[in-house]
Design a binder for this molecule. Structure first.
Ligand code: ATP
Ligand code: IP8
Length: 281
């Protein structure tokens, strides 16, 4: 199955990561309008959104990533409550995202990973990509999200939207992945630092190594923040031998529209392109 665009609506882009369950409605609307333009241009799209402040808070408070291995009695019950609350929170956000897409005339269908994906110590063991492919074939826009899932070692854990994207790119033929965030791309150091420079591209050497980027993760993030995104992007580029392009940019930046509609050749130095280094670079 060929997929034109996998678009990540970053949790930082569509929610306020410092305030529990607070949506950035304007940014979500921009994202939905962008997806609608892609659909109108006959591009088939998969949407994955992060959890932002709808999930990371509960996941952190109850250590959901660690699951319930070796826990008993009250601690196990507390861990289970964390799983339930985190999932309730992310599915609340998913409903808001899908509602917004539908109100923008996008034929969006929610695909919640918890019911079909499973991990083994955090690594994907079983995925639900076949359902994504079937929905695409019928003309729908599948909408997945970072979620809680069962894990054969830990009992359960957190599955990041970035890991979901990497798995989709492994199983389907994806042309371009666009990560839409609250900053203009990947910087050489946290963008809030003085002298931070936007990196127009990150070259991935064969074997997956890249230049060093200094990163900082917000307090409530349990899935590694921008660092995890760069690792997933590098994974996509290496596993597809560069045939899938990966781009990171701001959700409201004009380049988001150019790249979503016409591909990375239209990036013109805005945002960050993550690509395979030519031999000898
Ligand atoms: P989520 O995982 O909730 O979906 P997201 O995909 O939108 O979130 P984050 O993981 O929050 O993205 O990463 C974006 C954040 O990373 C930005 O808010 C930015 O301030 C921060 N950040 C830290 N270091 C860097 C860096 N070197 N370059 C770019 N962003 C950085
Ligand atoms: O925001 C995290 O997904 P991400 C999922 O895409 C949860 O990393 C439930 C915290």
């Amino acid at each position: 199955m060929k997929v034109d665009r996998v678009i990540k609506l970053g949790g930082s882009a569509i929610t306020r990561k410092d305030q529990l369950e607070t949506l950035k409605l304007g940014e979500l609307e921009s994202g939905a309008k962008l997806v609608k333009r892609c659909v109108d241009n006959h591009l088939n799209c998969v949407i994955v959104h992060g959890a932002g402040c709808f999930g990371h808070f509960h996941a952190k408070e109850y250590s959901v990533v660690s699951g319930c291995q070796k826990l008993t009695g009250d601690s196990q019950a507390r861990a289970a409550k964390g799983f339930v609350l985190t999932r309730q929170s992310v599915t609340k956000l998913n409903k808001l995202v899908v509602d917004c897409l539908i109100s923008n005339s996008v034929p969006a269908v929610s695909v919640s990973p918890c019911s079909s994906w499973k991990t083994r110590d955090g690594k994907v063991l079983r995925d639900g990509v076949d359902v994504v492919a079937d929905l695409l074939e019928k003309g729908f826009v599948p909408v997945l999200h970072g979620d809680c899932c069962l894990d054969t070692i830990r009992g359960w854990t957190i599955l990041s939207g970035d890991t979901i994207i990497q798995t989709i790119c492994e199983k389907l033929t994806v042309d371009t992945v666009v990560f839409l965030t609250d900053v203009e791309g990947v910087y050489d150091r946290p963008p809030s630092d003085a002298n931070a420079n936007l990196l127009p591209e990150i070259l991935v050497q064969e074997g997956g190594t890249t230049v060093d980027v200094i990163t900082r993760t917000t307090g409530c993030d349990v899935t590694g923040g921008i660092k995890q995104k760069i690792d997933s992007a590098v994974g996509v580029v290496t596993q597809t031998k560069g045939s899938t392009s990966v781009f990171v940019c701001g959700i409201n930046a004009p380049v988001a529209q150019r790249v979503c509609l016409s591909g990375v050749s239209e990036s013109r130095g805005d945002g960050t392109l993550i690509r395979l280094a030519e031999t000898g670079t």
